[in-house]
Design a protein around this ligand. Structure first.
Ligand code: KG4
Ligand code: ZN
Length: 344
């Protein structure tokens, strides 16, 4: 099977074609294939939105509309639908005007090319980004950390999700972006903070580790952001930005790792998946992998290739492929983008 993936939920415009080398057994949700990225084109609007300090939905939609056809033109295969077995598109969650551009394009292609259409949840896409080069065993525990979401999800099988915990306010990536702004660093703030943190002392400032004793698997990062703001207002002249960045990053990582290990204790997964934009953070990847191995060496750890941590269409195609195998198609006449689409 060969599938075209379309992603326009936020500020990346992306198209990809993913092919499967070995056929999955029809109807068998647990069978695995080998996946090959046959085409992958992406245009980031980050620079456009950096001027505004964050993503402006209407601007994002206009950019998607302007970028999709030039991107399609760059594709050597599939630009006319030949050789494509199905079309997968991010239907939510995300920014409505942005989502709509991709969804309407996918519906149009499905209609005129007579191809089945698969609606993919963006978060499901992030989770499936690790399937490109690994096969996590079920049940798998997913820590999904992005600009819009911070969730712990138990995945019992392909397409079967249970939400274990989520942020009550800011997402982890959002906290990185907001703290970067406070520190005078550009958007998106995650990569900037981790870069600054490389030469900083993570023990310089004792920021709070929120919700560690809340007794549930929820997160909260708004208080940590406020702690940084209060600290900055009071700090003595000369305190290094790098130390503050490193101390903040350490607090976020400690919290995420602590809660994930708490979830491991509760649900006994066979594997752990770390994904979403914040999974590019090296400290988070290494700390979670190391602590998980220390505690339960039998549990495998999976994180996407660094080229697939941020939003992309490969992950949408991958998730779509598994859904297409289960014949979970949708009607191009009735599909609508859903900004609040939930996984579980
Ligand atoms: O998954 P993603 O690309 O978009 C959403 O679905 O939201 O995630 C973007 C988020 C941004 O908040 C960005 O600052 C954060 O991921 N991010 C990072 C790093 N790289 C990107 N956060 C921490 N460390 C990084 N290295
Ligand atoms: Zn994302």
């Amino acid at each position: 099977m060969r599938i075209l993936g379309i992603e326009t939920s936020c500020d990346e415009t992306a198209l990809a074609v993913v092919g499967e080398q070995e056929g999955l057994a029809r109807g068998r949700a647990t069978a695995e294939g080998r996946f090959v990225i046959e085409q992958n084109v992406l245009a980031s609007q980050a620079q456009t939105h950096a001027k505004y300090g964050g993503v402006v939905p209407e601007v994002a939609a206009r950019e998607h509309a302007a970028l999709l056809f030039p991107l399609l033109h760059q594709m050597e295969i599939a630009h006319d639908g030949s050789g494509i077995d199905a079309i997968a598109v991010t239907a939510g969650p995300g920014l409505v005007p942005a989502l709509r551009i991709g969804v309407e394009l996918a519906k149009t292609f499905a209609w005129v090319w007579h191809k089945p259409l698969v609606a993919v949840n963006h978060l499901e896409g992030h989770v499936y980004s690790v399937w490109l080069d690994s096969v996590p065993q079920f049940p798998t525990l997913c820590l999904l950390v992005s600009g819009g979401h911070t969730e712990l999800i138990l995945m019992k099988d392909h397409g079967r999700y249970k939400l274990l915990g989520m942020t009550r306010d800011d997402a982890a990536g959002e906290a990185f972006d907001k703290v970067a702004k406070l520190l005078g660093l550009p958007y998106p703030g995650g990569p900037e903070i981790s870069k600054a943190a490389m030469t900083g002392n993570p023990q310089a400032v004792d920021f709070p580790r929120p919700m560690l004793t809340s007794g549930d698997l929820d997160f909260s990062f708004a208080g940590l952001k406020t702690a940084v703001r209060v600290y900055l207002a009071q700090k003595e002249a000369g305190q290094k930005i790098n130390d503050i960045a490193a101390s903040f990053q350490q607090a976020v990582v400690d919290t995420l790792v602590h809660k994930t290990l708490q979830a491991v204790e509760q649900v006994h997964p066979r594997s752990v998946i770390l994904s979403g934009g914040v999974s590019a953070n090296r400290l988070l990847r290494e700390t979670l992998k190391g602590k998980l191995h220390e505690r339960s060496p039998e549990i495998t750890f999976h994180a996407p290739d660094l080229s697939l941590t941020g939003d992309n269409a490969v992950m949408i195609a991958l998730a779509g492929l598994f859904k297409a195998k289960r014949e979970e198609f949708c009607n191009p006449l009735t599909l609508v983008a859903d900004p609040n689409l939930r996984l579980a």
